[in-house]
Design a protein around this ligand. Structure first.
Ligand code: GLN
Length: 537
C-alpha cells in the first residue's frame, strides 16, 4: 500500500490555459522518474458526464476502457502516460449531486439537513481519494476544471482547502496555472491578473504552492521576483510555461524549468532519479523531422471545432511521427460535400477518414466521400458512424439497394442495413446507455486487419447504439465487402473491408481512443503508410 500524495491543479485568469497538458506533462516527468502516477479531472458542470453534450460545447467525448464517457482531457492523460484511466478519473458536479441525493433518499444522513458543506464537499473529497485509496499510485494529480472565482468551482476549492489540512502539507500541494499577458503597446508582461487570481484563491483559504505561468514571452527574473513577493511563493516556485510548438514539447519545457523537482521537494519525495525521456524524445524527433508530407481528409459535421475530433487528430500525430510523415489534416465539412463538388474537394487527398457522429446532419456528404474513396482507390478509414455509412454506401451503390439506410436516420427504410442493437430496443434514457467501453473482437486470418494487428483477438473501445444488420451479411460479402472482425460472443460485426480496394477499412469501434505517444495505434500507423504509398504513386 502506497502513501499516496496529492497534487491539485487550479486555473486562474482565463479558461483554455492548458491545465490538462500541464497536469499530463508533470505526470509524465514523475512517471519517468519511476513514480506511479494518475490524473483525475473534476468538472464543475451539472451534466452527469459529457456523453449527452453536443461536441461543440466541450469538444470530443472520450471513452475509457471501463466505458466512462469523459472529458477530452482524459485522452491527453492516456496519450502522455500510456496507461488507461477509468470511471474514477472524471467526476462532475452532476455525479456528486446525484450520489448525495441518492444517499439522502435512502436516509443515509439520518435526518440531518443536507448541505454543500459538509455533504457535497465530503463527497468530492471521497471521489478525490478513491484513486489514492486503491494503493496503486504514489501520486494522484487532480485537475479542477474551470477558473478560480467561478461560482460553480467553489465547492471544489473548499474541498481542496479541507484536504490540504487533513492530509498535511507534505502530502498535498496546489499548483495554480495562470496567465501572464503581454501588452504590446506597453511592451510589458503584466502580473496583476495573476496577483488577483491568487488573492481570489486565498479568499477561499487556499494558498498556491507553485505558480505555473502561461506566457507568450520569456519571464524575466524580476517578474518572477514580483510574482513571488505578491503571491506568497518563492521565486523558484514560479514556473514559466511558454507557448510551445506542440503540446508534446511541454514535458521537456517543464523539465527545464524544474517543475517536477519543485513538486517532489514539496511532497518530500526523493528527486535523485532522472526522468527517462528517450522514447518520448525519439517520437519528438520523428515528429519534427518528417521526410514526407501527406494530406488526409477528415470528413465530419463538427469540423469547425477541431477539438471535436481530438483523439483522431492526435492519433495522426503519433502515427505520422513514427512513419516520419507529416500528416496534414484537411478538415472537410460533411454538409458541404455533394456529388457535384466531391471530385474537386477530394481529388488531392492521399487518404479519407469518415468520422464518428450521431444523427442525420451531413450524412449524405459522408456517403459521397466514401463513394469517392471506394471508386478512386483512395485509402479509406471509417470510424463508427463512418463504418456504418460505408456499409450504406456499398449497399446503395454496389448492391443497388437504393434506400439502404441506418434506422437511426430513417426508421422506415425498407433496407435497414444498419439496425438498432437488440439490447438497445428497451433503452429509454440517452445518458450512459450506449454500448460503451472495451469489447473483444475476433479478426479473420487472411484479412488486412489481421495483418495490421498481427493477432486474432483484439479489444477496442466502443460508443454506439446501432450495428451492422447481419441479415444483409451474405449479400454484402458476396459483392465484395467482407466482415473481417466480429464480436466472438454475439457475432456483431466490428470490421468491414473491401478486398479489391488497396486500403478500405471500416471499424465499428474507436481506435483513436487507444493511440498514445509511445504506442501509436496499428490501424492509424497502417492507414498513414497506405496514404503515403498513395501519395508516392
Ligand atoms: N450514431 C451511431 C450509433 O450510435 C454511431 C456512433 C458513433 O459514431 N460513435 O451507432
Amino acid at each position: 500500500m502506497k502513501n499516496t500524495k496529492y497534487v491539485f491543479v487550479t486555473g486562474g485568469v482565463t479558461s483554455s490555459l492548458g491545465k490538462g497538458i500541464i497536469a499530463a506533462s508533470l505526470a509524465k516527468l514523475l512517471q519517468e522518474r519511476g513514480y506511479s502516477v494518475t490524473i483525475q479531472k473534476l468538472d464543475p458542470y451539472i451534466n452527469i458526464d459529457p456523453g449527452t453534450l453536443n461536441p461543440y460545447e466541450h469538444g470530443e467525448c472520450y471513452v475509457t476502457e471501463d466505458g466512462a464517457e469523459t472529458d477530452l482531457d482524459l485522452g491527453h492523460y492516456e496519450r502522455f502516460l500510456n496507461i488507461p484511466t477509468s470511471q474514477a478519473n472524471n467526476v462532475t458536479t452532476g455525479k456528486i449531486y446525484q450520489s448525495v441525493i441518492n444517499k439522502e433518499r435512502k436516509g443515509e444522513f439520518l435526518g440531518k439537513t443536507v448541505q454543500v458543506v459538509p455533504h457535497i464537499t465530503d463527497e468530492i473529497k471521497e471521489r478525490i481519494q478513491i484513486l489514492g485509496n486503491t494503493g496503486d499510485f504514489d501520486i494522484v494529480i487532480t485537475e479542477i476544471g474551470g477558473t478560480v472565482g467561478d461560482i460553480e468551482s467553489l465547492p471544489y476549492v473548499e474541498s481542496v482547502r479541507q484536504l490540504l489540512w487533513e492530509l498535511g502539507h507534505e502530502n498535498a500541494i496546489v499548483i495554480h496555472l495562470t496567465l501572464i499577458p503581454y501588452l504590446a503597446a506597453a511592451g510589458e508582461l503584466k502580473t496583476k491578473p495573476t496577483q488577483h487570481s491568487v488573492k481570489m484563491l486565498m479568499q477561499s483559504g487556499v494558498s498556491p504552492d507553485i505558480l505555473v505561468c502561461r506566457t507568450e514571452h520569456k519571464i524575466s527574473d524580476s517578474i518572477k521576483n514580483k510574482l513571488a513577493l505578491f503571491c506568497n511563493v518563492k521565486k523558484e516556485d514560479v514556473i514559466e510555461s511558454i507557448d510551445a510548438e506542440t503540446i508534446y514539447d511541454v514535458p521537456n519545457l517543464m523539465l527545464e524549468e524544474g517543475l517536477d523537482i519543485v513538486v517532489l521537494k514539496k511532497l518530500q519525495l526523493p528527486q535523485d532519479k532522472q526522468p527517462k525521456l528517450k522514447e518520448w524524445n525519439n517520437f519528438l524527433k520523428g515528429f519534427k523531422n518528417p521526410k514526407y508530407t501527406i494530406e488526409i481528409g477528415l470528413v465530419g459535421k463538427y469540423v469547425e471545432l477541431h477539438d471535436a475530433y481530438k483523439s483522431i487528430s492526435e492519433s495522426f500525430i503519433h502515427a505520422g511521427a513514427h512513419n516520419k510523415v507529416k500528416v496534414i489534416i484537411n478538415w472537410i465539412h460533411s454538409e458541404d460535400l455533394t456529388s457535384a463538388n466531391a471530385t474537386r474537394k477530394l481529388k488531392n487527398l492521399n487518404g479519407i477518414l469518415v468520422a464518428p457522429g450521431f444523427g442525420e446532419r451531413g450524412i449524405e456528404g459522408k456517403i459521397e466521400a466514401i463513394k469517392y474513396a471506394r471508386e478512386n482507390n483512395i485509402p479509406f478509414l471509417g470510424i463508427c458512424l463512418g463504418m456504418q455509412m460505408a456499409v450504406i454506401e456499398f449497399s446503395r451503390n454496389v448492391l443497388g439497394l437504393k434506400d439502404a439506410n441506418s434506422i437511426e436516420m430513417n426508421e422506415k427504410t425498407s433496407n435497414p442495413v444498419i439496425n438498432l442493437m437488440e439490447e438497445q430496443k428497451s433503452v429509454v434514457n440517452f445518458g450512459g446507455t450506449m454500448r460503451l467501453g472495451a469489447w473483444d473482437c475476433k479478426l479473420s486470418k487472411n484479412s488486412k486487419v489481421f495483418n495490421i494487428y498481427k493477432k486474432e483477438l483484439i479489444s477496442e473501445r466502443h460508443r454506439h447504439r446501432y450495428e451492422f444488420n447481419n441479415d444483409y451479411l451474405e449479400q454484402i460479402e458476396k459483392a465484395g465487402m467482407i466482415a473481417t472482425g466480429k464480436n466472438p460472443e454475439t457475432g456483431l460485426v466490428e470490421v468491414v473491408e473491401i478486398t479489391s480496394h488497396p486500403w478500405f477499412i471500416g471499424v465499428q469501434y474507436h481506435p483513436e481512443y487507444k493511440s498514445t505517444v509511445l504506442n501509436p495505434h496499428p490501424l492509424f500507423l497502417d492507414f498513414v503508410k497506405a496514404s503515403l504509398e498513395h501519395s508516392l504513386n
